[in-house]
Design a protein around this ligand. Sequence first.
Ligand SMILES: [Zn+2]
Length: 131
Amino acid sequence: MDDTERCPCSSGDTYGACCGPLHRGERTAPTAEALMRSRYSAFAFGDTAYLRDTWHADTRPRSLELDPHQEWRGLDILATRAGGPFDDAGEVEFVARFRDTASRERGRLHEVSRFVRSDRRWSYVDGDVAP
Ligand SMILES: [Zn+2]
């Protein structure tokens, strides 16, 4: 994706001012929300290397295969708890919208994700899917 295009995470920023530098390893996410957004964008791109890289070692799946028919259509952050630059844990509640390109059905994933920070890097631990 070009840095001047709109970032897939629905932040309203360009990719170059949002998730791009995180995906390229030029900088790390300052907050749990920033990491959450960059992981959503990585899902949208099918960037499994980034997803594994930002997954906590204790909960990281051995292999990760994404559904090629799942097209991510937008992200809404509903709430955050801690997860700031001076915290070492945090939660992000979000709704991610998707469409199945095979069945053409639309869906939404409502989840509260947990993140921890160590060595100045945020990582995704796990999450609870809300009904
Ligand atoms: Zn973004």
